[in-house]
Design a protein around this ligand. Structure first.
Ligand code: HEC
Ligand code: HEC
Ligand code: HEC
Ligand code: HEC
Ligand code: HEC
Length: 601
């Protein structure tokens, strides 16, 4: 197949993808975070916080959810603080330095040190300053919610709240607590369009959600209305001190968020199934249950029988991997989001308004900010297809997208789309606008199509071994760039955790233990003669230590300043130091045992 044929094939596939709402289709109106649709986060806390007795009366839970989602978010998740951190004593000078004016000009700030219950925009603020503040909060506090149920007073203090990810609560609040659990068989698509509950389980959709803030997005999808600002950190804000957004790898970021949910294999552990998993529960008549559920809905909700499936699996995993509970969870996340995240970056270039095309933050930071080396042009830098001196697209998204696309039939099409984008951007500094837009659009569609195709595949140990072989073999200078190497290291660790059956966080069940495969044993320097069980703590420690002696941080700083104790600003000097101290020879050395144990086929 020539690259041109490959693109044609992938574009044909893309039509199906658009129908599935992934590439370029209009996002459902119900998902928009408009003020009148948002509930107070206290409402979510009422149930999603473990209070056993009260809860049991309210709902029938059978181990489907952890019931502790709000507790985890409140105490461990940095998203909880995404707004508060901007106004704390420690960060406030930095925030004001980036913005160029005092926060009190635009916000109604509390006077005391206590956590504010209500912070909002000032109604008398200067419009330009207000617009700048809103541009920050598109990512740091995308919605002002009522301070309590039914209150007219609003607050931004919840930061990246439950509803910022899951969608505005007004429409799903009542139906989703349904005690017969028929809600579980409402198709994921109908939950989005009719009830405003975002499908965060679909790995491509999840990647686009995270990327909308962690990479940026100009898409209308995330804007409450057309006048809302995009999610984008401008270069001038970086130059004034905004911490550089790190590269994004979904398995690493979700696990460090940390998880407040369980993977399907954990939900089904112990041989027990939750209601409606693959069929109607015993003694329940599907049609009668659906009819009863529909009766409980307000008349304004126009729901058809076709919005219901006959099982949770059909409702949530139709068209995805045929073996969702058996798939290796982190490997699947790495594989699918690798190409999805490239799609998100391509979207940024495709959707950027003309007046912002020359914002340096759209391009590869390292291409301009590398230290000038003794020899020019430098041989230790990434080789590009653009003429030297033209700002190239970000390099790190390719570090995982290429090895992942290799596992699909879309590798050639992806390469062809990349060549086209480079040509468009290389035509002159910042490229020819129309050509760049077309090429970026194509790259977006090809990426999302390949990601969609990968999400349909079962991910077993063979698939994991094949991916590992590609990840350990840098063929396009991925080892020459700190951020690309970091992406690879995160991904390699995630796959090894899966292959060694290291339990996911938040799993209450005892770890399933089994002997390590000889290949994994040899990567970890454990002798194949000793039957080391995967539950042995040294297995996790050795995987953590693969890329440095400090099992957590090491030269690639694989531990994010996540959680509520770590500080992004406080860690920044160490992060920047690591970037300049990075040595590609060291990284290659680390990859060697993996290459030997998992050779490319
Ligand atoms: C009165 C109790 C109650 C309130 C209030 C509540 N929930 Fe829930 N939530 C539940 C129950 C019960 C489930 C379903 C659990 C199950 O199926 O076992 C659930 C499930 C969910 C799910 C998974 C849904 C799915 O389709 O799989 C999400 C996401 C969620 N809730 C988010 C929220 C958010 C966000 C809020 C606040 C805006 C909220 N909930 C408020 C009780 C509640
Ligand atoms: C595209 C989304 C986005 C926009 C827009 C944005 N930020 Fe951020 N901001 C982030 C992310 C993501 C981080 C965390 C960086 C990291 O992961 O290391 C962050 C971190 C910060 C921090 C450090 C917080 C800490 O934990 O110590 C400050 C301060 C900050 N941003 C201020 C601002 C200001 C001021 C603006 C507007 C001028 C702004 N941000 C706009 C996404 C954004
Ligand atoms: C940064 C985005 C984000 C935020 C903020 C967030 N969630 Fe989630 N939530 C997710 C993702 C992603 C999943 C994963 C679903 C999956 O893969 O099963 C999830 C899953 C869930 C589930 C389903 C759990 C399960 O085991 O199936 C519930 C319930 C839930 N979240 C409630 C909440 C509540 C309540 C809050 C606020 C206190 C919240 N979430 C905040 C992203 C988020
Ligand atoms: C609405 C915007 C938004 C969305 C959507 C979002 N994040 Fe974030 N996230 C942020 C901001 C802002 C911060 C930084 C908070 C701070 O430090 O002030 C952050 C911080 C984090 C951190 C802490 C580590 C670090 O380096 O900053 C992790 C991990 C993280 N996000 C993971 C995720 C994942 C996984 C998803 C998708 C399920 C996601 N985020 C979706 C805005 C968002
Ligand atoms: C096209 C080249 C180019 C690209 C790409 C670029 N920058 Fe810059 N950057 C510059 C220039 C030029 C300056 C101004 C230098 C000065 O004022 O001394 C600058 C200044 C900065 C500064 C302030 C440096 C200082 O010493 O005060 C930071 C921080 C920064 N950029 C971060 C970034 C980040 C993060 C990215 C990627 C998201 C990026 N830049 C992409 C050219 C670029």
């Amino acid at each position: 197949m020539t690259p041109a044929q490959a693109i044609v094939r992938v574009l044909a596939l893309a039509a199906a993808l658009m129908a599935a709402g992934l590439a370029g289709a209009q996002p459902p109106e119900a998902l928009k975070l408009t003020a009148e649709r948002v509930e107070s986060t206290d409402e979510c806390r009422r149930c999603h916080f473990r209070r056993p007795d009260e809860l049991k009366q309210l709902v029938t839970l059978d181990g489907f959810c952890v019931e502790e989602e709000a507790g985890i978010w409140d105490t461990q998740d940095k998203h909880r603080q995404a707004f508060l951190l901007l106004i704390t004593e420690r960060n406030r000078p930095l925030t004001e330095q980036i913005l160029g004016f005092p926060l009190a000009d635009v916000l109604t700030l509390p006077s005391g040190p206590a956590e504010p219950r209500a912070v909002s925009y000032r109604s008398d603020a200067d419009p330009q300053k207000l617009a700048d503040m809103q541009a920050c909060l598109a990512c740091h506090a995308p919605v002002a919610e009522p301070i309590a149920r039914g209150s007219a007073q609003r607050t931004l203090a919840s930061g990246v709240s439950c509803q910022a990810c899951h969608g505005p609560g007004r429409l799903y609040m009542t139906p989703h607590q349904d005690s017969t659990a028929v809600w579980r068989i409402v198709k994921a698509e109908a939950k989005e369009t009719l009830f405003g509950l975002r499908d965060v389980r679909h790995p491509v959709k999840r990647a686009m959600l995270c990327a909308s803030c962690h990479i940026g997005s100009f898409s209308d999808e995330w804007k409450p209305d057309e006048k809302s600002p995009p999610r984008f950190v401008r270069h001038e804000w970086y130059a004034k001190g905004h911490p550089p957004l790190p590269s994004f790898e979904m398995a690493a970021f979700t696990s460090q968020m940390p998880l407040h949910w369980r993977h399907l294999s954990q939900k089904l552990s112990g041989g027990q199934k939750f209601a409606w998993y693959d069929a109607a529960p015993e003694g329940k008549d599907l049609e009668a249950q659906v009819a009863r559920f529909i009766e409980t809905l307000p008349r304004s909700v126009k729901i058809e029988r076709s919005a219901f499936a006959s099982s949770w699996l059909d409702a949530n995993a139709a068209g995805l991997s045929p073996t969702p509970a058996a798939d290796l969870p982190r490997t699947r996340e790495v594989l699918v989001s690798a190409v999805g995240v490239l799609g998100a970056y391509a979207s940024l270039l495709a959707d950027v308004p003309a007046e912002m095309r020359t914002d340096f933050a759209l391009y590869d930071c390292g291409a301009c900010h590398h230290e000038l080396r003794s020899r020019l042009p430098s041989e230790s830098r990434v080789r590009r297809r653009l003429p030297p001196g033209r700002p190239p697209p970000a390099f790190w998204p390719l570090a995982l997208a290429r090895p992942a696309a290799e596992q699909s039939d879309g590798g050639a099409a992806l390469e062809a789309a990349l060549v086209e984008l480079d040509a468009a951007l290389g035509a002159r500094p910042f490229g020819q606008q129309a050509q760049v837009k077309t090429a970026a659009e194509k790259l977006r569609v090809v990426s999302l199509t390949v990601a969609g195709e990968l999400s349909k595949r079962p991910v077993d140990e063979r698939a994991a071994a094949a991916l590992l072989a590609s990840l350990a073999d840098p063929r396009h200078d991925e080892d020459r760039d700190f951020h690309a190497a970091r992406q690879r290291a995160w991904a390699i660790r995630a796959v090894l955790y899966d292959l060694a059956a290291v339990p996911l966080r938040g799993d209450g069940s005892p770890p399933a233990s089994r002997a390590l495969s000889p290949a994994v044993g040899s990567v970890l320097g454990l002798s194949p003669q000793e039957a080391i069980p995967s539950s042995d703590p040294q297995v996790r420690l050795r995987i953590e230590g693969l890329f440095g002696d400090d099992p957590w941080q090491g030269p690639l700083r694989l531990r994010l300043p996540a959680g509520q104790q770590e500080s992004v600003v406080g860690q920044l000097p160490h992060f920047l130091e690591a970037i300049s101290a990075y040595e590609s020879a060291w990284f290659r050395e680390r990859l060697r045992p993996i290459q030997e144990a998992f050779p490319r086929k």
